[in-house]
Design a protein around this ligand. Structure first.
Ligand code: AMP
Length: 439
């Protein structure tokens, strides 16, 4: 029989890796809490219409990358429902905001999520079909100040703080404004006109987009198309005064806070719901898939999926890419990873031919391990049937220290502790063991 493997584009994360993942997640939760964000967990699958309306039919995500299926109807009279594994989380968060009438509180909602997303992309380094995002959204009625540029600046400042606290160096914040819906419509027209001259030289996708949604041409990754795209009119010229003022306030606040950025007028992002501020944090160490995170403002998203007016801004960090960056920079040393080692290995010793003594020593070792673990220490429990050499080998792999528990130690209540990093060996009374191991 053929062996079964994880599906293409998905992978297992084993303990050697998950420790770093958990550290990153804990750091993110800690930062979010300091900015008064609360966690939201939305379902892994949603009604397909949510993404079609929220993310946009013309986007790559919706037009080619979603995992969609017809769910069996419950009754004959019912139509099967089209469901989709979430390709991103903002649409789900905004759906939940509408469904739970969070806008009626009159307060700004600050929500974050950590979880897997699914896109049927061509897998490569830093690009998977199941990947993780850490994201956050600030959303609320306009009366709560949800449109204010201070929210944009605060989100960007928070991201800079998070990346600093993760010890990620060398990131670049790319920043742009795509203006209001009206600005974008105007710009789409400008692009449509400009594309008439050049589209026949472009890729098939761009030729289609030039007609259906010219803005999406700017997302094109085909190398031959890049010089043509660079020569197209810039969105900056199509912004009205209000959008320009909004953006100027965002950049002024970033300047004041000392958060560096690079203006990039081509940054329109691959999702239709963005308005005004859009941004990406890139990192040179990532290679072709160099975007660590992306986000922007989405003042019309709630209305697009049938909700009240609820402007918002948010971002999604690619957690897989954060991990790659930290692993490459070996910055994870700063996290003082345990490398899977526990505080102590408990090695019971007994006469291998005496089944009763083997059992008694194993039980005594379990009692000791239980006391240490309950005292907050991490411990690995050995096996009295192991010879001393085998215990030492196992302990060296699993723990920073070994405690020998033989018949003599059991009688005297004094244990031998060896520290592998210093080679030092000490006799410690059992009652002082926890304190000694903690020091
Ligand atoms: P997006 O939702 O497309 O704005 O993506 C936000 C971030 O998620 C990107 O900057 C990436 O870091 C990450 N990301 C998006 N797609 C993938 C993928 N297929 N595999 C890994 N990370 C991804």
């Amino acid at each position: 029989m053929a062996t079964l493997k994880a599906v293409r584009g998905t992978r297992d994360l084993l303990p050697a890796e998950t420790e770093l993942w958990n550290r990153i997640e804990a750091t993110a939760r800690n930062v979010f809490a300091r900015y008064r964000f609360g966690e939201i967990r939305t379902p892994l699958f949603e009604d397909t219409a949510l993404f079609a309306r929220g993310v946009g039919e013309e986007t790559d995500i919706v037009s080619k990358e979603m995992y969609t299926w017809e769910d069996r109807a419950r009754a004959q009279s019912e139509k099967p429902q089209s469901l989709t594994l979430r390709p991103e989380n903002t649409a789900g968060v905004v759906r939940a905001y509408i469904e739970h009438k969070l806008g009626e509180t009159g307060q700004l909602q600050k929500l974050y999520y950590i979880g897997p997303q699914f896109r049927r992309e061509r897998p490569q380094k830093g690009r998977y079909r199941q990947f993780w995002q850490i994201g956050a959204e600030v959303i609320g009625p306009p009366s709560a100040g949800s449109e204010s540029p201070v929210r944009d600046a605060e989100i960007l400042e928070m991201l800079a703080t998070l990346l600093d606290e993760l010890h990620i160096e060398g990131w670049t914040l790319e920043l742009n404004s795509v203006g209001s819906a009206a600005d974008r419509e105007r710009y789409n027209e400008v692009l449509r006109q400009a594309l008439v001259q050049v589209q026949e030289k472009m890729c098939a996708d761009c030729q289609r987009r030039a007609v259906t949604n010219p803005l999406r041409v700017l997302d094109c990754k085909v190398p031959e198309d890049q010089p043509i795209i660079d020569a197209l009119p810039k969105i900056t010229a199509s912004l009205d005064q209000e959008s320009k003022d909004h953006f100027a306030q965002v950049t002024a606040a970033l300047d004041a806070a000392g958060v560096p950025y690079r203006l990039n007028p081509r940054l329109v992002r691959g999702l239709d719901y963005y308005t005004r501020t859009t941004f990406e944090f890139t990192h040179g160490g990532l290679g072709a898939q160099n975007a660590l995170l992306g986000g922007g403002r989405y003042d019309g998203l709630s209305e697009a999926i049938g909700g009240p007016k609820a402007p918002g801004i948010g971002f999604a960090i690619g957690l897989d890419r954060l991990v790659l960056t930290l692993q490459a920079a070996q910055a994870n040393q700063d996290f003082a990873l345990s490398k899977g080692k526990v505080d102590v290995y408990i090695a019971p010793m007994a006469d291998a031919k005496n089944a009763a003594r083997l059992g008694a020593m194993n039980a005594a070792a379990l009692v000791l391990a239980r006391a240490l673990r309950r005292a907050g220490l991490s411990a690995e429990l050995g096996d009295a049937s192991f010879r001393l050499k085998k215990s030492f080998e196992a302990a060296d792999k699993a723990a920073r220290r070994i405690v020998i528990l033989g018949e003599d130690e059991l009688d005297s209540g004094v244990l031998t502790v060896k520290d592998f990093s210093t080679g030092e060996q000490k006799k410690i009374p059992r009652g002082e063991l926890a304190a000694h191991l903690r020091s």
